[in-house]
Design a protein around this ligand. Structure first.
Ligand code: AMP
Length: 452
């Protein structure tokens, strides 16, 4: 088996790796590091959780070991699709480059221009950026990309989803033709294939197994249920989610819960909180400081449930997540692979549940087709008392959390709103504030008969 010491990495990098406790290179590292160190272009087909960040950071640091940064001309460039991912690459860089004198700057939204400008003016070895922010700096004349020797594109397929491909093409064109490119993508849709054919020179292709197919450490389960009414789908899914969490008890140490839409991220988080569960939402509409705070809280265990959209959670390295819940079946099958890959990392056990209704049948089939396996069907847990009762009563739609009730609330309002017999006989209904509305005393006979 390949050892890190076989890989020709700078001894300073090896020392830092030793301190992280990594024993052997992961397959993407063993495959990508040697050609990268030889100066070749690399096309890495791998997703997060495979150790891909180190597979480009370690050779980059080694290659930059010689030479010095020049003002406003970074020597290497890492492009990542989201701020969180860029920040994560920067953290990795700090760990692996700790025994070198290399410098870096991070160009992402939410971090002040002035501070980063100062760093770039002085000269940095590594510039880590999201594409839009990088082009902003370039257009303000603060940056020259003609000194870039190594360019990394991370999570290219996500860049495609986010509409960044024209920006990436532009950035490629602003860097020297002689640069070395290390290009990573979890999948290779045609647009990405075209991009690599245009901008990479005879790349060495390194492909590692998709995580979903290689993830023996993830126990998957599909809960299928039929909502009592279409307009109750969301509230019954929320009850199903709580029932699943409750059923796994202490085994569900923490979890990421995925929703397809930002609005549902907020509703589900609010609903869990209302039921006494410690949950916070994370999605692109929340400001950067808020997102960072939430992520830190989830990492340090002070937040147990992170309710997330795909974009916000993509690529985040949060070790030790015991459960992933697909509150919604993802619209893109590949997102299923990314989502469940948040658990079962680095050989640990993980559980991934997905809640599906008959309306999701097609999407479930597409996912199973992609991962080439049937997701085991698991028995739906019994819904909490209040929920099954309201299913029987088939009460008014409760799609918003404001209308959703905790079990105690439900009992209270049920008692209060149940009309007394005499009132019922008059076709009346007792409102929660005690008022009775109905037809008063003048009830036609045929209605009275129907109540008896
Ligand atoms: P990544 O795919 O880059 O997001 O990395 C996923 C996780 O694997 C991170 O927490 C890394 O710290 C960890 N990791 C990276 N390389 C190794 C390795 N060779 N051995 C063990 N863990 C690693």
């Amino acid at each position: 088996m390949t050892k890190f010491s076989d890989l020709n990495l700078d001894p300073k990098v090896l020392k830092a790796i030793e301190e992280t406790g990594y024993e052997t290179p992961t397959p993407i590292q063993a495959g990508a590091i040697p050609p990268a160190l030889e100066g070749k272009d690399v096309l890495g087909i791998a997703q997060t959780g495979t150790g891909k960040t180190a597979s480009f950071t370690l050779p980059m640091i080694t290659l930059l070991g010689r030479g010095r940064a020049r003002a406003r001309m970074p020597r290497s460039l890492v492009l990542a699709p989201t701020r969180e991912l860029a920040a994560q690459v920067a953290e990795n860089f700090d760990v692996y480059a700790k025994y070198t004198k290399l410098t870096k700057a991070l160009l992402i939204g939410g971090v002040s221009f002035a501070e980063q400008d100062k760093l770039i003016d002085k000269g940095v070895d590594v510039l880590i950026a999201t594409p839009g922010r990088l082009l902003d700096h370039f257009e303000r004349g603060k940056l020259l990309l003609t000194g870039v020797q190594v360019m990394v594109v991370d999570e290219a397929d996500r860049m495609l989803d986010m509409g960044f491909i024209p920006d990436i093409e532009r950035i490629f064109q602003l860097t020297p033709f002689t640069r070395q490119t290390l290009f990573f993508s979890a999948t290779m849709p045609p647009e990405i294939e075209r991009l690599t054919n245009t901008f990479l020179h005879n790349p060495v292709k390194v492909e590692v197994a998709r995580q979903a197919t290689a993830s023996e450490t993830i126990t998957q389960g599909l809960v299928q249920f039929k909502p009592s009414r279409r307009d109750r789908t969301a509230s019954e899914k929320r009850a199903m989610l709580r029932a699943l969490i409750e059923r796994d008890g202490a085994d569900c140490r923490n979890a990421i819960i995925f929703c397809n839409r930002k609005v549902d991220v907020d509703i589900v988080a609010k609903s869990l909180k209302k039921h006494g569960l410690n949950a916070e939402p994370i999605h692109g509409d929340l400001d950067q400081a808020h997102r960072t705070r939430t992520l830190d809280g989830f990492r340090d265990g002070s937040i147990r449930f992170l309710v997330a959209s795909d974009v916000a959670a993509r690529g985040l390295d949060i070790p030790n997540v015991s459960h992933v819940f697909n509150f919604d079946v993802p619209n893109h099958s590949e997102d299923y692979v990314h989502r469940i890959g948040r658990t079962g990392r680095a050989g640990r056990d993980g559980t991934a549940y997905m809640i599906a209704t008959p309306a999701d049948d097609k999407s479930v089939a597409a996912i199973e087709n992609l991962v080439e396996q049937e997701i085991p069907r698991i028995e739906a847990p019994a819904l909490p008392q209040s929920e099954s009762r309201s299913r029987r009563r088939s009460s008014a739609p409760a799609e918003s959390v404001a209308e959703e009730q905790s079990p105690a609330d439900t009992q209270r309002t049920e008692r209060a709103s149940r009309p007394r017999r005499s009132e019922r006989a008059r076709g009346g209904e007792r409102k929660s504030d005690g008022r009775v509305v109905g037809m008063g005393d003048h009830v036609p006979d045929f209605i009275l008969r129907s109540f008896s």
